[in-house]
Ligand binder design. Structure first.
Ligand SMILES: Cc1cc2nc3c(=O)[nH]c(=O)nc-3n(C[C@H](O)[C@H](O)[C@H](O)COP(=O)(O)OP(=O)(O)OC[C@H]3O[C@@H](n4cnc5c(N)ncnc54)[C@H](O)[C@@H]3O)c2cc1C
Length: 287
């Protein structure tokens, strides 16, 4: 497996600037995220406070950011990262589609308002999973619940249903899709907590409980402490120093995830610092 110098996770202004700076410094860069940059960029009506791009629409700014990165020879690998593990001298990165390795990592995944459900962390990796593509094989002849936050998750649920006997699909968005018969769509069910006993997982919702062999939670964003085991937080944010270093050697963070103010230029500036710090880290690690 190729081991990149720097893996950048997230393609908002923080991640794109980090990747561009790392590329300028001749590092091999794995840039994981979306070719559409970030919804938080694309959805802004008009942006007035980004240097050099006065009164630009979010959609145009998003295109300018991505075009800049691609014009530098960077590639965006479209994958959602489930977990990052520090292995001492390198990091193992587990994505939905593939696994990756890098000598250092920059987390630029933005902020998620969602907190894990009670019971979610306790049973994660046992009866709770974040990746149907990764774990579908374990559900042959079994039942599963899928809590989905985006229509993009429908393909994952359909894949899971090719293995599982029955899938309960709980969309947390306006559902307008269609599935084959062994997927039961249960709209308007807001999840509240997870319990597991005698090998059965129960999802408690605001109006009743559903039991199955396992529960898949397909959120677009995962809380940083779930993404990187052992990562030190400061409230809801990742604790960093002025070099954007976290408590884990070789792991840096930038953008909204490190704290307020939530601003494009702050995210991009921190991305620049995080990349330069990762470059210094790699130089020192080589000695
Ligand atoms: C409607 C709106 C208008 C705004 N207007 C302004 C404004 O005018 N001026 C201003 O300065 N700021 C504005 N902001 C704030 C600005 O959007 C944020 O501060 C900025 O986008 C933060 O950048 P970021 O790179 O830290 O994170 P984000 O832009 O949130 O990008 C994070 C990226 O990481 C990806 N990601 C998350 N988890 C994973 C994972 N596990 N694996 C792979 N990828 C992942 C996400 O999909 C996303 O693409 C606005 C925000 C909104 C919502």
């Amino acid at each position: 497996m190729e081991r990149y110098d720097i893996a950048v996770i997230g393609t908002g202004p923080g991640g794109l600037e980090a990747a561009i700076t790392a590329k300028v410094r001749n590092k091999s860069v794995l840039l994981l995220g979306s070719r559409e940059s970030s919804e938080k960029v694309a959805k802004a009506h008009t942006v007035q406070n980004y240097l050099g791009l006065k009164d630009i629409s979010g959609a145009d700014m998003s295109k300018a950011f991505v075009d800049h990165a691609l014009s530098m020879g960077l590639e965006i690998t479209e994958d959602r990262v489930n977990a990052v593990y520090s292995m001492g001298k390198y990091f193992a990165i587990q994505g939905h589609n593939d696994n990756y390795e890098a000598s250092s990592v920059i987390l630029a995944v933005g902020m998620t308002a969602m907190k894990p459900l009670p019971g979610e962390m306790e049973f994660l990796g046992r009866a709770v999973s974040y990746c149907a593509t990764c774990d579908a094989a374990l559900y042959k002849g079994r039942t599963a619940i899928v809590v989905a936050y985006s229509s993009e998750d429908e393909a994952e649920a359909a894949f899971l249903a090719e293995r599982a006997d029955k899938v309960y699909y709980l969309p947390q968005y306006d559902f307008s899709g269609s599935f084959k018969d062994n997927i039961e769509v249960m709209e308007g069910k807001e999840p509240v907590s997870i319990e597991v006993s005698d090998g059965k997982a129960t999802l408690n919702t605001k109006d009743g409980s559903i039991a199955a062999d396992g529960i898949f939670i397909l959120r677009e964003q995962i809380a940083p402490s779930q993404l990187v085991p052992g990562l030190k937080l400061d409230g809801n944010h990742v604790e960093v120093d002025r070099s954007m270093a976290t408590n884990i050697k070789g792991l840096f963070a930038c953008g909204d995830i490190t704290g307020t103010p939530y601003q494009y230029i702050k995210a991009a500036g921190e991305g620049n610092v995080a990349a330069l710090s990762a470059v210094s880290y790699l130089q020192n690690a080589d000695k």
